[in-house]
Ligand binder design. Structure first.
Ligand SMILES: [Zn+2]
Length: 298
């Protein structure tokens, strides 16, 4: 997953490969082909040849009207929905080996299913968590920069990074559920980033996407700035499963989607609620993890 000091050309290749890999529908298997298929063969199969000039012109016109820029720093690029080399190299991808429960990096490979001391001391209520990157640098900027929310392709790139990071969870998932926003906050923001990522992940994997089964019973204070104890208290009783949801969740392996995993209080509260409603397991997949925090149960 890591891209050590990629050049501009390599970045374009990586982003294009994410596009290429995402096209087939994947059913309970997220193995990525080690070799991308030839680019020209995809174009020939995908579109009739007489459309190519039209598509090239449309692309040229689009680039004239909306010049392509880096998704993070907005420097000029020659393609849309990509990152410049500096920003790509600024993503601190989570690398193996990781703790099987918390998804945080381990200092050495202790074998499959190795668990960190933090997870042993305070087992989380979810089963396993995985994240694309550390909550820092480019990934932190992308999550904070709401500008990409209106850029479909930009969101798709983030969803593909999620798909890759969550391979081992996705193969053991029955249903995808996002961490919900309170209705009042959804109205003010007009956008639930976690739900949008979950929807795109569902589209890429053919796994069912259920955004309404888990909901917030009440609005909670923002977790930022709270102590661990305050975060736990803040989300007590905050989540519930609808009556229809209980029937759908019973016995299901749930993959819970959020943008950032910090203290774990929110996803732990969600996991407890889902398991009380009969979920067989609850895994967590996020874009970023704040490894400076102690991920602990709420
Ligand atoms: Zn950039």
């Amino acid at each position: 997953m890591q891209a050590p000091q990629a050049t501009h050309k390599q970045i374009r290749t990586m982003v294009r490969d994410h596009e290429t890999y995402s096209k087939p529908k994947i059913e309970h298997s997220m193995e990525l082909s080690p070799e991308p298929p030839p680019e020209d063969s995809i174009a020939r199969v995908a579109r009739p040849s007489f459309l190519q000039p039209v598509l090239h012109f449309a692309s040229w016109l689009n680039n004239c009207i909306v010049p392509p820029v880096c998704m993070s720093c907005h420097s000029r690029l020659d393609t849309h929905d990509a990152l410049c080399p500096d920003c790509w190299n600024g993503i601190g991808f989570i690398q193996q080996p990781v703790c099987d429960r918390l998804g945080i990096p381990l200092p050495f490979d202790a074998g499959p299913k190795a668990v960190s001391a933090a997870a042993t001391a305070n087992p989380p209520d979810f089963d396993r968590a995985r994240s694309v990157a550390h909550y820092a640098g480019t990934m932190r900027r992308l999550i904070h920069d709401k500008k990409y929310r209106d850029r479909h392709e930009g969101r798709q790139l983030l969803a593909r990074l999620l798909t890759s990071a969550g391979q081992e969870l996705i193969t053991e998932t029955d249903i995808i559920i996002p961490v919900p926003l309170a209705w009042s906050r959804l109205l003010s923001r007009r956008y639930n980033q976690s739900a949008e990522l979950a929807r795109l992940l569902s589209s890429a994997t053919n796994l069912p996407f259920e955004p309404h089964l888990l909901y917030r019973r009440r609005r909670t204070r923002p977790q930022v700035g709270l102590t661990l104890a305050q975060r736990r208290e803040n989300v007590v009783g905050a989540f519930a499963v609808s009556a229809r949801g209980k029937a759908k969740i019973r016995g299901q392996r749930v993959l819970l989607i959020d943008d950032v995993l910090t203290s774990g209080s929110t996803v732990n509260a969600c996991a407890r609620t889902l398991k009380r409603s009969g979920a067989a397991s609850v895994d967590v997949l996020t874009l970023a993890i704040a490894t400076g925090h102690a991920v602990a149960p709420a």
